[in-house]
Ligand binder design. Structure first.
Ligand code: SF4
Ligand code: SF4
Length: 279
C-alpha cells in the first residue's frame, strides 16, 4: 500500500513532463493478522489511500515472543476491516478454519469453498483460544497515557542511555508497518536527455531528514530516537487521532542492538516516577 520506491514523473523526448502512471491494481492480502490489519487502517487514513485491498485476515491463537498487540488494542483477534476472517482450528476432527465473511466480496469467496455452519461450541472454543492468546503475549506496553508520558519526558536521561546503544540505522522505521515518511530524488541519464523524479522511503533516523536551511535540526542520536518514539506514540494522536504503533514487534525483531520500544517506554515511566519522588 506504500511502496518503498515509485516514479513520480519523467521528461518526454520533446522536453515535456509526464506523470508516472499510477498502479491502480487492487491488491489482495492473505493471512493478515490483527496488528497488520490495524496498520493498514492507520496507513490508509494517513495517506488517504482510496484503493481498498481484498483482505483475508487471521486471528492469532499463538502469539510471538515480541508481540504486544493486546496492550495496543489491535489484536490478537481481528477487528473489522476484512473481507474474510479465519481462525485456525486443529482438533479431533482435523485441521480446519472457522470463517466469517466481513463483506459481500468475502461472502462470494466463501460460497465457492466446501463449508458447513459452525456450532456454537466451536465458535466459543475459537473465541476462548484467541482470548487466551492475549494473555500469552511476549511483551506489553506500559498501561499509561503514553502521549502524556512522552510529553513529560522531553528532557529525560533515558534518551542519552538509548542513544549510547542506538546505531541510528533506521531499521525500525523501515520495518514499521505505519511509518510513511518519504523523500524525492531526481535522476538523469548520461546524455542529459531524460530525467525522472522518484519517491522513496526516508527515515527520521537519517541526519538529512531534518535538514533545514543550512543544517540538520536533529544531529544527535538521542534527539532522533526521541523524535521517532515521541511521534509514533505521542504526537501521532494529535495528528491522526490514534497511536502510530500497532504492537507488531517488528522494530524489536529488526533492531541490530536489541532496542525494545516497550522497555524504553517502561524506563521513561520509571524515570518520571523517580523524578516525582525526588520532587
Ligand atoms: S513501532 Fe514497532 S511495534 Fe509499533 S507498529 Fe511500528 S514496528 Fe510495530
Ligand atoms: S533499529 Fe535499533 S539501532 Fe537502528 S535506529 Fe532503530 S532503535 Fe536505533
Amino acid at each position: 500500500m506504500h511502496p518503498p520506491r515509485r516514479k513520480l514523473w519523467e521528461t518526454t523526448e520533446n522536453g515535456e513532463f509526464a506523470a508516472a502512471q499510477p498502479d491502480d491494481r487492487k491488491p489482495a492480502f492473505l493471512g493478515v493478522r490483527g496488528c497488520d490489519l490495524a496498520a493498514l487502517g492507520v496507513l490508509g487514513r494517513v495517506l488517504g489511500n482510496r484503493i481498498r485491498p481484498f483482505i483475508v485476515a487471521v486471528d492469532c491463537t499463538e502469539p510471538g515472543g515480541l508481540c504486544f498487540c493486546a496492550s495496543m488494542g489491535t489484536g490478537p483477534g481481528v477487528r473489522g476491516g476484512y473481507d474474510v476472517a479465519l481462525t485456525e482450528r486443529i482438533d479431533d476432527s482435523g485441521h480446519w478454519f472457522l470463517a466469517t465473511a466481513g463483506s459481500e466480496a468475502g461472502e462470494r469467496i466463501l460460497a465457492t469453498v466446501a463449508r458447513r455452519e459452525a456450532s456454537s461450541d466451536e465458535v466459543a472454543a475459537a473465541l476462548r483460544d484467541v482470548t487466551a492468546a492475549g494473555g500469552r503475549m511476549g511483551r506489553a506496553m506500559p498501561e499509561l497515557d503514553l502521549r502524556e508520558l512522552l510529553r513529560d519526558s522531553r528532557t529525560a536521561q533515558r534518551w542519552n542511555d538509548v542513544a549510547d546503544r542506538c546505531l541510528t540505522c533506521g531499521n525500525c522505521t523501515m520495518v514499521c508497518p505505519t511509518c510513511f515518511c518519504t523523500t524525492t530524488e531526481d535522476v538523469t541519464d548520461l546524455t542529459g536527455d531524460h530525467a525522472e523524479r522518484w519517491e522513496h522511503w526516508a527515515s527520521c533516523f537519517e541526519v538529512d531528514f531534518s535538514y533545514l536551511h543550512g543544517g540538520s535540526v536533529r544531529t544527535s542520536a538521542a534527539s532522533r530516537y526521541r523524535q521517532w518514539l515521541t511521534h509514533k506514540l505521542g504526537a501521532w494522536h494529535d495528528q491522526f487521532g490514534e497511536s502510530g504503533c500497532v504492537g507488531c514487534g517488528r522494530c524489536i525483531a529488526w533492531c541490530p542492538v536489541g532496542i525494545d520500544i516497550t522497555t524504553e517506554m517502561a524506563a521513561l515511566a520509571a524515570e518520571r516516577s523517580a523524578d516525582d519522588v525526588d520532587v
